[in-house]
Design a protein around this ligand. Structure first.
Ligand SMILES: Cc1cc2nc3c(=O)[nH]c(=O)nc-3n(C[C@H](O)[C@H](O)[C@H](O)COP(=O)(O)OP(=O)(O)OC[C@H]3O[C@@H](n4cnc5c(N)ncnc54)[C@H](O)[C@@H]3O)c2cc1C
Length: 397
């Protein structure tokens, strides 16, 4: 198999690279400052004017959501060209716009939403005017998502929602939620769920922030007490929400971009190791860094497998699980390497520009963030189960 670009892809890459170089605002170039590794899009939040300009320029080419159809403001780029665009954006450390709305909600609505939903919700998502969160997990329903207990009971033109969600990323800054709730408790568990669009300003919703190990409160517990959702906000059919949610999760698990960001991180790590080490690098350190680069190349090729399946119109399944599994565990190996490289100081997580705080605390924060990589979006055990049963045809345990 030839992994290099075709002549046409080479031209596209060249064109995109030149376009990014000419259009990425000066303030967003180079070092990501105090931004987090692995979350390049949030690295520049401090410069809102430059971010707005960049968003506008990207949108003039349909590059905010390059996979979307043109009628929704996308670029309809073929899958391979989407990959090239992401690769070039990662290489230039150019922030991207994505998240729950662009990545999962809008594509789900394009497939299952009624016309009024597409008209009402997709444009504000693309323009970044409305943010979304995902209300799926509950204290007793994570890996086994079909066990969701939050109830939605029909009452006239509304459903009345009571229950609790947990780990809801960004709920505190979201305008809307995609909500999975039980509408038929008597049916088998996969067949009694419905999928709703919930306005986060509706009375009866209470949020409690959850502070993570890094000290951020990015996710929340969300409580619902007699929250009224109009019945027209049901996506797909009542009690068929599991199938809509499964589509949303498929969008969530195609983590192709992540491997590209890892490459940027390791190259930055190498640059830092070179500069920070006065006595030169030990053979052990050099080997550890080379090992990571090789693993990133493996991750990239696993991603390319998913991308080439998509390009042929096939739907990746266990192949996407393998990418998620390998990439998230690679992130943790990268975090361990930063610890060995930076020693005790690498654990500091402040954001000061000081020689005592390597890379403005990014090493330390990366180590802490990486712990969640093998949990969020489906745990490693679950991905291994998928690869074993659907990929290898092994019987369930
Ligand atoms: C950073 C982060 C952000 C998140 N954001 C959101 C969000 O925005 N919205 C949302 O709805 N959820 C979110 N989640 C929740 C996430 O989807 C769940 O944490 C995840 O699905 C695991 O579920 P759980 O936490 O209930 O663990 P459990 O499912 O209880 O798993 C506990 C342990 O048991 C293992 N296990 C479970 N079932 C099996 C099995 N069949 N075979 C082998 N081992 C098994 C798991 O691998 C794990 O080690 C987020 C999680 C994280 C970490």
């Amino acid at each position: 198999m030839d992994f290099s670009d075709s002549p046409e892809e080479r031209d596209v890459r060249e064109e995109i690279r030149t376009w990014i170089a000419a259009n990425l605002p000066e303030a967003l170039r180079g070092d990501a400052g105090e931004g987090e590794w692995g979350q390049l899009s949030s690295g520049h939040e401090r410069d809102r004017a430059a971010m707005a300009t960049w968003r506008e320029r990207l949108q003039s080419r349909g590059f905010v959501a390059p996979a979307w159809p043109k009628r929704y403001g996308g670029a309809e780029l073929p899958v391979m060209q989407q990959f090239i665009l992401k690769e070039e954006m990662a290489r230039a450390r150019a922030p991207r716009f994505g998240g729950v709305g662009i990545g999962w909600v809008a594509p789900t609505l394009m497939q299952f939403g009624e016309d009024w939903m597409k008209e009402r919700f997709i444009e504000p998502i693309l323009a970044g005017r409305e943010r979304w969160c995902q209300g799926f997990s509950e204290p007793g329903a994570g890996s086994d998502l079909a066990s969701v207990q939050t109830r939605a009971v029909r009452d006239g033109d509304d459903f009345v929602v009571t229950g609790q969600k947990i780990w809801t990323s960004g709920a505190h800054i979201s305008d809307w939620m995609i909500l999975l709730a039980r509408t038929d408790p008597a049916a088998p568990k996969h067949k009694g769920l419905s999928y709703f669009l919930l306005d986060m300003k509706t009375p009866g919703i209470t949020l409690t922030p959850i502070v993570n190990m890094v000290g951020n409160s990015g996710f929340n517990q969300v409580f619902f007490e007699n929250v009224r959702v109009p019945a027209r906000n049901l996506v797909g059919q009542e009690n068929r929400g599991w199938y809509v949610a499964a589509t949303t999760l498929d969008f969530e698990r195609s983590l192709v971009d992540l491997c590209l960001e890892y490459q940027v991180i390791v190259l930055e790590l190498i640059r830092w190791a070179r500069e920070a080490s006065t006595a030169g690098l030990t053979a052990e350190t050099r080997h550890a860094l080379v090992e990571l680069l090789i693993e990133i190349e493996v991750a990239r090729n696993l991603s390319l497998r998913v991308v080439s399946m998509q390009a042929r119109g096939q739907i990746p399944n266990y192949e996407a699980s393998i990418v998620k599994l390998f990439a998230s565990e690679l992130e943790q190996r990268m975090a361990t390497a930063t610890f060995h490289l930076g020693g005790m100081l690498s654990q500091l997580t402040g954001r000061r520009q000081s020689r005592w705080e390597p890379l403005m605390g990014r090493l330390g924060r990366f180590q802490l963030h990486s712990v969640a990589a093998t949990i969020g979006g489906g745990t490693s055990e679950v991905q291994r189960n998928i690869a074993a049963t659907r990929g290898l045809g092994l019987p369930r345990g």
